[in-house]
Design a binder for this molecule. Structure first.
Ligand SMILES: NC(=O)c1ccc[n+]([C@@H]2O[C@H](COP(=O)([O-])OP(=O)(O)OC[C@H]3O[C@@H](n4cnc5c(N)ncnc54)[C@H](OP(=O)(O)O)[C@@H]3O)[C@@H](O)[C@H]2O)c1
Length: 238
């Protein structure tokens, strides 16, 4: 692992990835993408401020990362479930254009544009991994409860985007891998309002979830590219 990029670097899961990567690969160049100019990052990690919806800023950040050579691992760890007055919908009555656009912007458009600028940096002649934080609730076949319309739909769209990207990058490099990752229920600002009813043994610290997802990332093979995997390595049906 020589060159690594993590987006959503200020988040609970993003910063746990940065810590784990800095600990495991002290010699690697590690770049944290964040909307915040001074997102705290472990020593040695370079923070690159980006606006995920502004391609000039993504292109500039990609240029900085490319200065260290091909990127072996790209983790996209940004996303929202609620923000300000926006909360997950329990019913059709709660849908609004504002909610849908906000959730799709953060969970689908932002990772898609980040991938546009960073996927071409994966190695062309050896294994490289692109992994975007998705969610089990983005699985259409697994949806038996309903609710959370915008979040579910934005993650389902992200999963389709990942599948498309996997097909495209395979043509350039058969060893390249693009997947979605479900981290489990992880203690973070995103999950905090919904943790009340989650049993303590069913919720993970960001560190634990990331250690399990890193183990999954390390064992993925090219034949698994395009799919979504949970923290325990199980494949989630689309
Ligand atoms: N926590 C869970 O239980 C859980 C379960 C399933 C899936 N996930 C997924 O895991 C990922 C990380 O979640 P987390 O729990 O670490 O949440 P978090 O602590 O709230 O971090 C999310 C990060 O996303 C970025 N972000 C916030 N608003 C954004 C916006 N409007 N547009 C683009 N990026 C924005 C921010 O990072 P920067 O400003 O630094 O970019 C923020 O720190 C998300 O994709 C989430 O859907 C989490």
């Amino acid at each position: 692992m020589r060159n690594v990029v993590v987006s959503g670097g200020s988040g609970a899961i993003g910063s746990a990835f940065l810590n784990e990567l800095a600990r495991k690969y002290p010699q690697a160049s590690i770049h944290s993408l964040s909307r915040r100019p001074k997102a705290s990052a472990p020593p040695g990690v370079q923070t690159l401020q980006v606006d995920y919806l502004d391609e000039d800023s993504l292109q500039a950040a990609a240029g900085q990362a490319a200065g260290k050579g091909a990127v072996d691992l790209i983790i996209l760890a940004g996303g929202i479930l609620h923000q300000g007055d926006i909360t997950p919908e329990k019913s059709l009555r709660e849908l609004s254009a504002e909610k849908l656009l906000e959730l799709f912007s953060a969970n689908t458009v932002a990772p898609a544009l980040t991938a546009k600028h960073f996927l071409p940096l994966l190695p062309r002649d050896r294994r490289g991994v692109f992994a975007a934080l998705s969610a089990r609730v983005g699985s259409i076949s697994d949806n038996h409860l309903g609710g959370w319309y915008s979040y579910r739909a934005s993650k389902a769209a992200l999963n389709m985007f990942i599948r498309n990207a996997a097909i495209e990058i395979r043509r350039r490099n058969p060893e390249a891998i693009a997947v979605g990752l479900h981290p489990g229920t992880v203690e973070s600002g995103l999950s905090q309002p919904f943790l009340r009813n989650v049993a303590p043994d069913k919720r993970f610290s960001p560190q634990y979830s990331v250690s399990r997802m890193m183990a999954v990332v390390q064992t993925l093979t090219p034949s698994q590219s395009g799919h979504c995997f949970a923290w325990d390595g199980s494949c989630i049906d689309p």
